[in-house]
Design a protein around this ligand. Structure first.
Ligand SMILES: Nc1ncnc2c1ncn2[C@@H]1O[C@H](COP(=O)(O)OP(=O)(O)OP(=O)(O)O)[C@@H](O)[C@H]1O
Length: 571
């Protein structure tokens, strides 16, 4: 039998060789003597030789270094061996062909991996760049957060997580509206437009935020939000302090946010939570509470935390505007509406507040006739200027406030019941200061800081005795009264500490007798005051020795510690 015949027989015996012929990968096989038996189309292309030129020839003569001879000799496979041919990189797997326990040949399968290699190199580079960017994002003070096209958060850096008072793990994978309910980042996906330096609330802080769409192949695939400045209020107060430029926060009218409402006692904390939730919606809010409790401050906060925060906040004091002017003040008038009317007419407060919030302070003092007109605005959402014939749609949120008992006024026919229900969709009732004495310490600190700036002096605090007096007082004028008392003290103080002699006489008098007008809640306050006095006296007498002080008071040391903490006694 000739060599060719023997080879053909071999091929015929191996049906598989036809299969190899149709594989795109180069495949080469040799028999036990190292003669080429399979040389498929892939191999023909790779080595530039035809099957007819190589078949039956010794592989070592045709293509040296294939490694197949070594496989034949050792019977060991070579897996994943790389080699270069021309400008391309390949990987080969060479394995022995074993039949009945003896090596009858060897086969090599080749795969070009040039492209794959480049991709791996690129990937390495991208990974390196990713690490650099990650470390930049991690260490910057600017907060970054990004979402995918469905609004799910796929990246957040530490600065942003800190701003949100959450850990990055608690944020990643959540929907943006779950973490930042009023987020506008989500909207970018619909309009694809970037927004620069927008005033946005993050928690209680007024921040400056820019947002950008992530565009891939011309499609918006997500959005990135960047916090340019975290606390505009702080920035504004720093600038004012340094008497530098006047800041323009682009928010006409609204000056206060929740962070400026002092108080972390239970009642104020709860109210702040409600404000955060209510601010998001369009509902009318009625704020009730005694005079000076901070109703106006809360009205500002509702507006500032609402999606309308970039719109106007317009205040109308219904008690201060004469009855005959109130209508034109609220709704404006047309040219020539009445004698003395301004040429060209006048725009009213409702129109001014369009797109924002109108704050109707002292609503309880609004005349009945006007109440009917306000009710119409609430129902129809449109106004008509005095002397005009056309109505105009307005988009205004109404916040009303009063220190009067509106239900009593309804009973006596002075307030419209239907208006009351329309206004009282959400009620924020601000408790009087005497019912939240836990906030007194922080309020005192706040006003001392405020007047230090205004007076340009350095008062460090008030004496223990003054704080005592404050704790025992019933504060009929609430926070406003405290603010006035501290301002008065700043006019008298010559050292660094506010002492009882800097307080008005009526406060000292109540201290001498521990008397206060017997309001419903006076007794607990009275008892607290006596308790606090006794603790201070015992600690003073014993030179701060807690064990002796407890003995003197006839209480346990643990109880004494509890009370010291409760009254925040500095000993
Ligand atoms: N929680 C608070 N933190 C800081 N300042 C406060 C707080 N509450 C009230 N104030 C301050 O006390 C003063 C009175 O507050 P505000 O005018 O908001 O009270 P009000 O309830 O609207 O009073 P009125 O019913 O008399 O209009 C303001 O100067 C305000 O800044």
């Amino acid at each position: 039998m000739t060599l060719q015949n023997s080879f053909n027989k071999h091929i015929a015996e191996q049906d598989d060789s036809y299969i190899f012929g149709s594989i795109a990968n180069p495949v080469i096989a040799v028999d036990h003597r190292g003669r080429i038996t399979i040389f498929n189309h892939g191999c023909e292309k790779l080595f530039g030789l035809t099957y007819d030129q190589v078949s039956g020839k010794l592989v070592s003569e045709i293509i040296p270094y294939t490694g197949l001879i070594k496989v034949l000799k050792t019977g060991k496979a070579h897996i994943g061996r790389k080699f270069v041919l021309g400008n391309a990189l390949y990987v080969a797997n060479r394995t022995p062909i074993i039949r009945n326990g003896s090596i009858v040949g060897a086969i090599g399968v080749i795969q070009e991996i040039t492209e794959l290699h480049h991709m791996a190199e690129e990937l390495k580079q991208v990974t390196r760049q990713k690490k650099v960017l990650e470390s930049i994002f991690k260490n910057t003070n600017e907060g970054y957060i990004s979402i995918n096209s469905e609004g799910y958060i796929n990246f957040v850096n530490n600065a942003m997580a800190e701003l949100l008072s959450l850990s990055p793990m608690d944020i990643l994978g959540k929907h943006i509206t779950e973490i930042v309910p009023e987020s506008k980042t989500y909207l970018i996906q619909f309009n694809g437009r970037s927004e620069q330096n927008q005033i946005t609330y993050i928690g209680d802080k007024k921040a400056l935020v820019s947002r950008y769409p992530v565009i891939e192949n011309g499609k918006v695939e997500g959005a990135v939000s960047k916090v340019v400045y975290q606390d505009l209020d702080k920035l504004a107060s720093m600038l004012t302090k340094n008497k530098q430029v006047k800041t323009n926060t682009n928010m006409p009218g609204a000056h206060y946010s929740l962070s400026q409402i002092i108080g972390n006692g239970k009642s104020i904390t709860k109210l702040k939570d409600i404000v955060r939730r209510v601010a998001r919606g369009p509902s009318t809010v009625l704020i009730t509470g005694e005079s000076g409790t901070g109703k106006e401050l809360f009205a500002h906060a509702v507006h500032s935390h609402s999606p309308r925060s970039n719109g106007p906040f317009i205040k109308v004091n219904c008690a201060a505007v004469p009855e005959n002017l109130l209508e034109s003040e609220l709704f404006g008038y047309q040219d020539g509406a009445f004698t003395g009317a301004k040429k060209g007419g006048q725009i009213g407060k409702f129109e001014l507040a369009n797109g924002g919030t109108i704050f109707l302070d002292e609503i309880g003092d609004m005349p009945l006739a006007m109440q009917a007109k306000i009710l119409r605005v609430l129902q129809e959402k449109e106004i008509e200027r005095l002397g005009g014939h056309n109505t105009k749609k307005v988009n205004v949120r109404i916040i009303a406030a009063t220190n009067r008992d509106l239900t009593e006024m309804i009973d006596s026919g002075k307030f419209r019941q239907d208006l009351y229900y329309r206004l009282n969709v959400v009620n924020l009732n601000i408790p009087p200061l005497r019912e939240r004495k836990e906030d007194i310490g922080n309020l005192v600190k706040h006003f001392i800081e405020k007047f230090n700036q205004a007076f340009n002096i350095q008062v460090t605090g008030c004496s223990e005795e003054v704080l005592n007096i404050f704790m025992g007082y019933h504060w009929p004028g609430n926070v406003r009264e405290m603010e006035n008392i501290i301002e008065r003290a700043f006019n008298l103080v010559d050292g660094q500490v506010i002492e009882p002699e800097h307080l008005p006489h009526y406060l000292l008098k109540q201290k001498e007798t521990f008397r206060q007008p017997l309001t419903e809640k006076a007794l607990p306050a009275l008892l607290e005051n006596v308790e606090r006095e006794a603790l201070l006296e015992a600690l003073e007498k014993t030179g701060g020795n807690k064990l002796q002080a407890a003995k003197l008071l006839g209480i346990s040391r643990a109880w004494l510690y509890k009370k010291i903490k409760q009254y925040q006694i500095d000993h």
